[in-house]
Write a protein that binds this ligand. Structure first.
Ligand SMILES: Nc1ncnc2c1ncn2[C@@H]1O[C@H](COP(=O)(O)OP(=O)(O)OP(=O)(O)O)[C@@H](O)[C@H]1O
Length: 424
């Protein structure tokens, strides 16, 4: 077993762009770390650099106390499973799993019994003598996992291993992967863009965007206390409501969030008031999940939002309502979004390290815009999405009053960074 340290790792593809941008991450010995992010954010590239399948442009990859940046893949004690684990089509399940042991010189009898033991753990003991073409997708992935783990790697990398399976098979294999990697105590990096997989499997989640990590923490930390509006928007269904507001501070130091036609006051005992008191007149983005609202019947209650119920969806356990409140909403995908990545010339790729560093910083400066220069995030009038009890008796088109639980909201600046974070 071994810890992994990524120290300022970057990857620039020739003639293309910066796929991984000076990324640093520590994965503890035996930890299950999930890399979560949208398509194209650099997750696979990062895994491939750890496996040694992709050259690191800048930065270092450490395995425990060994600098593995330039180690050939075979010397890294790393095993990797891809979306569709390719199997040897002309070998049985048993032969597929035992093959890495045979290559390592183990005798056939021992290799066969190790393969059979692992197959039992992976619930494929009954198909040991079948050929891969006769297996289901889930069984094939189990064989690929068995073959990757049979030599007891120090590091286990999985790249969206469940994405080609149906929902039932995904849930089943997800639980087994979690249990097995913990039993084996192998340091695991698991790539996905599925938030359910990330939240259910991870010891910690690293949320990636555009080649960088925006937040790292336990599932509860990144869900309940997200570092950025993007992270808040990426985790949770329905997506968090992001509302455009202005901070208003009264003469008595009370803090209100002004949404235009409506406003909400923070409780004076709320410790975040102390931070927001210094932001009078500042434009912010208020993040409120669908369960931060409650329908109230008394329209005289202070501190409420009022709107028209536009649509209503029954979801079994609860209902989701769409309420038009005349408040500007912000798209989480566009908050703090860097400019398009800049092209790198082949000459840049040949540059020595110091020049390379300058190239990276030039690309980054093209991608990172100072808050003052940022175009305003794309605002649009949109419905508030709120959760209601499944049996809520409401009619489309009716006026409804909503109490907002201000202890459950997050406040972000215009670049999408939290301004009210006190717990982490
Ligand atoms: N060999 C390559 N040459 C040039 N560009 C590449 C290469 N491999 C990946 N890229 C680019 O690097 C960026 C990151 O790709 P990567 O596959 O790592 O993303 P990802 O987060 O794993 O995406 P997905 O979830 O869709 O697999 C993408 O813009 C991709 O087009």
């Amino acid at each position: 077993m071994t810890a992994i340290r990524l120290d300022g790792v970057s990857k620039v593809f020739e003639g293309e762009h910066l796929a991984v941008d000076e990324l640093s991450l520590d994965v503890a010995d035996g930890e299950f770390m999930v890399l979560l992010g949208p398509s194209g954010c650099g997750k696979t590239t990062l895994l491939r650099m750890i496996a040694g399948l992709e050259r690191v442009t800048a930065g270092e990859v450490w395995f425990g106390r060994t600098n593995g940046t330039r180690l050939p893949p075979k010397d890294r004690q790393v095993a990797m499973v891809f979306q569709t684990g390719a199997l040897y089509p002309n070998r049985t399940v048993r032969e597929n799993i035992m093959f890495p042991l045979q290559i390592a010189g183990q005798d056939d009898h021992d290799a066969s019994s190790t393969a059979a033991g692992l197959a039992q753990i992976l619930s494929i003991g009954s198909v040991l003598d079948r050929m891969p073409r006769t297996l289901s997708g889930g069984q094939r992935q189990r064989v690929a996992i068995g073959r990757a783990l049979v030599r007891r790697p120090n590091v286990f990398l999985l790249d969206e291993p469940l994405s080609n399976l149906d929902a039932t098979m995904r849930t089943e294999l997800r639980q087994e992967i979690g249990a097995m990697t913990r039993d084996l105590n192998v340091t695991t990096l698991y790539v996905t863009h599925d938030q359910v997989e990330a939240l259910t499997l991870a010891d910690r989640i690293a949320v990636m965007r555009d080649g960088r990590i925006e937040d790292v923490g336990t599932p509860a930390q990144v869900y309940n206390d997200p570092a950025t509006a993007f992270v808040a928007g990426f985790l949770g269904a329905p997506r968090i409501n992001l509302l455009s507001a202005t901070v208003r501070v009264t003469a008595h130091h009370r803090v209100a969030l002004d949404f235009g036609a409506q406003s909400i006051g923070l409780d004076p005992s709320d410790r975040r008031s102390l931070i927001l008191r210094h932001h009078d007149g500042v434009q912010v983005i208020v993040g409120a999940r669908s369960n931060a609202f409650r329908v109230i019947t008394n329209e005289d209650v202070a501190n409420q939002l009022t709107g028209t119920l536009r649509a209503f969806e029954f979801h079994g356990q609860q209902s989701i309502a769409f309420v038009e409140c005349g408040i500007e909403a912000v798209n989480p995908d566009q908050v703090g979004q860097p400019r398009p990545m800049h092209a790198v010339s082949p000459q840049d790729m040949m540059a020595p390290a110091s020049l390379l560093t300058r190239v990276l910083s030039r690309i980054r400066s093209g991608r990172t815009t100072a808050p003052a220069e940022l175009p305003p995030p794309t605002h649009r009038r949109a419905d508030l999405v709120i959760e209601l009890p499944a049996d809520a008796d409401l009619r489309r088109g009716s006026r409804i009053h909503l109490a907002m639980d201000t202890t459950r909201i997050h406040i972000f600046d215009q670049t999408g960074c939290r301004v009210d974070r006190i717990t982490r």
